[in-house]
Design a protein. Sequence first.
Length: 670
Amino acid sequence: MNAKPDASTRDIKTAVKHAMGLLSKGESKLAREQAEQILRHYPDEVNSLLVVAVAIRDQGHNAQALQRLQALVKRAPDFALAQQELGFAYAEVGQVMAAIEALQSAVAIEPKLPASWKLMGELFLVDEDEDSANEAFYQCMLASSVEPDLIHALKLFKAGKIGKAEQLCRQFLYENPTNVSAIRLLAVIGIKVGVLDDAENLLERCLELQPEFSLARLNYAQVLEKREKLDLALVQVERLLAAEPGKFTLLVLRAAILHNMGDFERALPCYEYLLAHFPPRAKLTMVYGHVLKTIGQQQQAIAAYRQTIDLLPGYGDAWWSLANLKTFRFEDADIEAMREEIGKSTCTRVDYLHFCFALGKALEDRKQYDESFQFYQLGNSIQAKRSGYKADNTEKNVQRQKAVCGKELFSAAEGQGYQAPDPIFIVGLPRSGSTLLEQILASHSQVDGTKELAFILAIVRRLGGHKKKSELSHYPEVLTELSASQLNDLGQEYIDRSRIQRGAAPFFVDKMPNNYLHVGLIHLILPNAKIIDARRHPMASCFSGFTQLFARGQSFTYGLSNMGRYYRDYVDMMDHWDRVLPGKVLRVQYEEVVVDTETQLRRMLDHCELPFEASCLDFHQTERPVRTASSEQVRQPIYSGALEHWRNFEAHLDELKDSLGPVLDRYPIN
């Protein structure tokens, strides 16, 4: 049935209102017909031009809609709704920056456009700009709020007065317990202060009350992802996609979650679809490279990183990703290009940091050790300032563990905890051979490799109970207060949450190196778990860490003095576990694995109560995802070239030797 122009066409305002009403009801075809009839009489009527463009976009003709919207905003640059629709159209075809610019133009004209702010936040997340995303989501809440108390709470939150904002929000909720905007704001406050379990519960309640609240569902997916509940996060994203099929931002989020889950069979085609159907973006092609690297397709990964550099030559992380393949070698032109990029005024501090580590590796491969060290040192000094690591805190944490976790604690808890024998924990320092040990064990038919699982650290944070960084954690002292049922539940929780990361084998490896500090907790909640300490000579281990730029965490590695002190604390901690839990931890020295792999393999299998399998000696032939910097190295037979790697830089390492102090007496330098 065609819309009739008669009276409504003669009354321009009524006709336009009618057309826009049809559009808002989803009747795009009728809305377009009505608007086109108006335009026959009033060809410059901007609202009708907008209706036609939006209707065309709703009907799936994105290119034609984009052309019309571009022409419309050129004709009427102050038309906020046209700018908003242009942003929506750009987003649908994956043009992230163009979409953000259009949406920013829209809210500059009319700040109260919550849909613009919401999409802008989603696009910033795709661009990995979490600060800008949070600001956009804040503005979205502000633009959609009508309650004066909520607006006041929002402004307090924005001003950093978190406690007052929370108090006002709770007071408002006491009087309005089903107000979903207030519930979501309280959840956002929880995310801000790191209380993710409360945020999760609040968002769950929010969605019970209003299932179609898409921004709350997006927040819920993000919180679940942060809490490593990746399968549940994926369910939420799938629900969002069911409501908005093919939405670029949600497709990117879905691919990222599958990547983090280790489900590369599904993650890889997701990235391939995105790259085939949307304009290539540097950050997307780089993550695609990471996926290819993880599954062992090195040449394809290199091509993806090269494509990233072609798209954005100043993107330092792409250059570092090439260097981080470890087996890759830069060409002369690459080194010259990197030197040129770091000299540009447009080079950001973060890009400069990545270039420092990439150039350090490139020059090291060319045996230009002095200049290589200069770049490594510069990169470390920048990252040390960014991370804010304090060595004294690590030492204090070790002393607290020693004070709490004595023989009496473990004797009192004997027979308690969750009895599953599934996990094999590999602890120690990064870059100390843990990936090699994992690859060897994962080549056994009864063992799955996973990744550096964060589940023990998540339990530690929850037991700590502090909501602010300035508050003292209750962990490890709280370990003395846990009941038998609590220990059992924590162990079962770890096993349950790890299932998504493992296959069907009865045992699996968790190689989070930082778990060395929590051997006591692991023993209490999982008494039958096996633990292996992957140890490497302190000079080799510390210097290897010094040359590595980690994707996250490991802030102690940035600086020779920090590394040396951390190694000392680590050895002190492991000595304590040997005293109070004798035989619990098997120490495997990397240098001995390189020299006599079979002997060390048999020691590990005996410790894990597993039969010998020759496939473990052919570990480099095992096809499995490997998600650390050593991914390419463990796909090759063992070689001894890295054992003395640090000696090339020995002239620069006096600070490291001094900070290691007496530890070097146990590992003398020949």
